[in-house]
Ligand binder design. Structure first.
Ligand code: GAL
Length: 421
């Protein structure tokens, strides 16, 4: 080759190489998502999202960590983030989002949020957890609430029961089931489940203002009050209606007992409805949903957030696609119909929802307007994780008989919360 040509070829090669290093790497068309949605209803709901993203060409890299309530998932996530292995996103509850944001692990979706006007449609109660220091670090996929009863309709008819309006009515209903030889209460026996039920019991016992004082303000007088003691008494009363095998039982297996008619009722968040749906059961025909008696005008909420992590530049487009898909009104409707929850946007019509979903949407609005929308302490929306953990520990010890009396439970709760502060 002539020298001139040789120079031209190598110049071309050099500029090609320079171009290759200067050009941004192609976007990775993949979303890596850590979550604990492994039950039938949960997996069906997650599929709605997977399919949405697949239509846009994004592969789904699933990181499932089984365990209702997400404790095991959060342990796995901690290890991943510590190893510098951030997922695109992780399912997360309330105060945990704020902890990751404070630790500098989260990304920034503010540009997308501004473009799409999220601040105008996401309830302020949720924005408190999705926005940190003015930046959107998470997107809420739903609003769940924990103060529900899920009842098998055939069993209800058989025992001639009707909607319990007060805690005493509920006890009378459970007695009827017991007399008819049916397990009255389908109970899962894990700390998060017992604490989730206790949220409702405390509100039913003391009212919404008491719940706020004790759990949201950590008012010492409320925490050690006779009303708190009475709440533990009421929890013990409920426990006496569970079958003897509840210890360790997963929440969805307890739901299955109600679905099959082996038990009358489960006290659980509305993710339970996802299980009824997945089993092709219909509200009004196969099952009934009522607010936990004594909490009818309040909503004790949690919301599944998708926390967005700091990811390399070539993964950011996928993260934005995930956030945009999650916040789209049509997705919020389609997903929440399957999940049992209600939309995390105020502008999504209730048309596609069943009677429980319609009630959930109306209750959320009324509670938000009336000041009776309160975060679930058991589900990460009442207090930071250390305090929520202390709450789980004491409630579960009481539930399983390691703390023997309501008096002792109250003083252990006060002590544990003080130590966790
Ligand atoms: C909750 C979560 C729900 C549901 C439930 C049981 O913490 O908010 O979406 O998944 O756990 O796994």
């Amino acid at each position: 080759m002539k020298l001139q040509n040789l120079l031209r070829v190598s110049a071309l090669a050099i500029s090609a190489a320079a171009f290759a290093t200067a050009a941004p790497a192609a976007d990775v068309k993949e979303v890596q998502m850590l979550h604990w949605w492994t039950s039938g209803g949960e997996a069906a709901a997650l599929n709605v999202l997977k399919e949405d993203l697949a239509k846009q060409g994004y592969a789904w890299k699933d990181v499932p960590v089984a365990g209702g309530g997400g404790e095991a998932a959060m342990t796995a996530l901690k290890a991943m983030v510590a190893a510098g292995n951030n997922p695109t996103s992780s399912q997360m509850l309330g105060y945990i989002v704020l902890e990751y944001a404070a630790g500098g692990a989260t990304g920034d979706l503010t540009a997308t949020a501004t473009k799409e006007g999220w601040d105008k449609v996401v309830p302020k109660a949720l924005q408190k957890f999705a926005v940190y220091n003015g930046k959107w670090v998470a997107v809420p996929v739903n609003v769940h609430s924990v103060n529900w009863l899920w009842i098998n309709k055939a069993v209800m008819d058989k025992i001639g029961g009707s909607e319990p309006k007060t805690f005493d009515d509920l006890i009378a209903l459970l007695d009827k089931a017991k007399a008819a030889g049916v397990v009255p209460l389908a109970q899962g026996g894990q700390p998060w489940q017992e604490a989730t039920m206790f949220d409702s019991v405390v509100m039913a016992t003391g009212g919404v203002d008491f719940y706020k004082k004790a759990f949201l303000e950590l008012d010492p007088a409320a925490l050690k009050s006779d009303t708190m003691k009475k709440s533990f008494d009421n929890l013990a009363k409920l426990r006496s209606y569970a079958d003897p095998n509840y210890a360790g039982r997963d929440w969805n297996l307890a739901t299955a007992m109600v679905i099959k008619g082996d038990a009358l009722v489960q006290v659980m968040g509305d993710w339970a409805k996802g299980e009824f749906k997945a089993a092709n059961k219909e509200v009004g025909k196969d099952f009934l949903c009522y607010r936990f008696p004594g909490t009818q005008s309040s909503v004790i909420y949690n919301s599944d957030m998708f926390a967005m992590f700091k990811v390399p530049a070539d993964r950011q487009a996928a993260q934005v696609a995930l956030a945009t898909a999650t916040m789209s009104p049509s997705f919020q409707s389609a997903f929440n119909v399957v999940k049992g929850s209600v939309p995390a946007r105020t502008d999504v019509p209730d048309t596609a929802f069943d009677a429980c979903g319609k009630k959930g949407i109306a209750d959320l609005k009324a509670a938000n307007d009336g000041g009776t929308l309160v975060g679930s302490l058991a589900q990460g929306y009442g207090q930071p994780p250390a305090i929520a953990q202390a709450y789980h520990d004491v409630v579960t010890k009481f539930f399983h008989g390691q703390i023997k009396t309501s008096d002792a439970a109250v003083s252990e709760l006060v002590k544990a919360i003080d130590a966790a502060k």
